[in-house]
Design a protein around this ligand. Structure first.
Ligand code: BMA
Length: 310
């Protein structure tokens, strides 16, 4: 059963649409603004290889993109900076309590990738809260609300001990100090599509049945890595409690714009929006680390499919 359907106008954003020179535009955070418009915060890789983030806005979330004429959020490239090699892969969540959007993104430091956090009200000015997880760690998001008084972050540290990469949870009273770390979801082993290396894709989706989490699995093959997407469901009041995990991936690189590019065979969603019907989810994803594409599905259908998994 096909749970996610590609938009026929894919890819929706490419480097040749950019108002200034760019190598590639791909993994983007997504949100719907108060007026219903879609905002994508797009990872733009420049022609040195360093990434920054630029906002693109659209009425219908598909066409007529208004792209900021200049980079929206640039890395600090000053000597000693912990994002000297760029900022990447933003995940956006609206925090009702603060009336602000939280953006978790990857800062690329001399010691490797790590998690950074910024807040904004308008995607024009940003409050940078700095580094919240040391290297190597990425694929992070906040949950949109506190659970039992604490903010919750999903992230993906890499173990130097096993070399594998699993998803973890951490908790904070103030968004700055994080602790009580615990495993959320482990990569499988062996031949599985999600063996050895997994990571959160877009932010978790709150549903009446639990947190619906789309995650990527990286299958390493002699010809390179395959990035595919799967789903799992976690308890609403205790997100460390796995309710169910899909066995098969639900989305993988098939189309030319997913198979051919700077890094082929990659689909990498970092954001979603929900249509006015409250059920249709639009995943915005990077295709082959080169362009932005969209695929949509029904949250109800995905939950029903998950309930068949043992
Ligand atoms: C991951 C991330 C993504 C990228 C993917 C494929 O490790 O860095 O930004 O899309 O690799 O290159």
């Amino acid at each position: 059963m096909e749970l996610l359907h590609r938009y026929e106008g894919n890819p929706i954003l490419t480097a040749d649409m950019w108002p200034y020179p760019a190598n590639t535009v791909f993994n983007c955070g997504a949100t719907r603004l108060e007026n219903g418009d879609t905002l994508l915060l797009v990872r733009v890789e420049d022609r040195r290889g360093i990434s920054h983030l630029t906002a693109a806005r659209s009425r219908d979330g598909l066409s007529d993109w208004q792209i900021d004429p200049e980079p929206t959020l640039l890395p600090d490239e000053s000597p000693g900076s912990d994002e000297i090699w760029g900022i990447e892969d933003p995940r956006i969540v609206f925090l009702e309590e603060l009336g602000k959007y939280a953006i978790c993104y990857t800062g690329y430091s001399h010691s490797g990738p790590h998690v950074k956090l910024a807040l904004t009200k308008d995607f024009r000015t940003f409050e940078r809260l700095g580094s919240v997880m040391p290297p190597e760690d990425k694929d992070a998001t906040l949950l949109p609300r506190r659970i039992n008084g604490r903010w919750v972050m999903i992230h993906r540290p890499v173990s130097a001990f096993t070399g594998s990469a699993d998803m973890w949870l951490s908790y904070s009273p103030d968004l700055i100090h994080w602790g009580c770390h615990e495993v959320m979801l482990e990569a499988r082993r062996g031949a599985w599509w999600d063996a050895n290396k997994i990571g959160l894709s877009p932010p978790a989706v709150e549903t009446p049945e639990g947190w619906l989490v789309f995650y990527h699995g990286v299958r390493v093959t002699p010809a390179g890595s395959l990035y595919r997407l799967g789903v799992a469901l976690f308890d609403l009041e205790d997100p460390s409690k796995l309710i169910r995990r899909g066995n098969e991936w639900i989305f993988g690189p098939e189309k030319e714009y997913e198979r051919v590019g700077d890094v082929g065979y990659v689909v990498f969603p970092c954001g979603y929006t929900i249509e006015d019907d409250g059920d249709t989810i639009r995943l915005y994803y990077g295709g082959a680390d080169t362009a932005v594409a969209m695929a949509k599905g029904s949250i109800r259908e995905i939950l029903d499919w998950l309930s068949t998994q043992v």
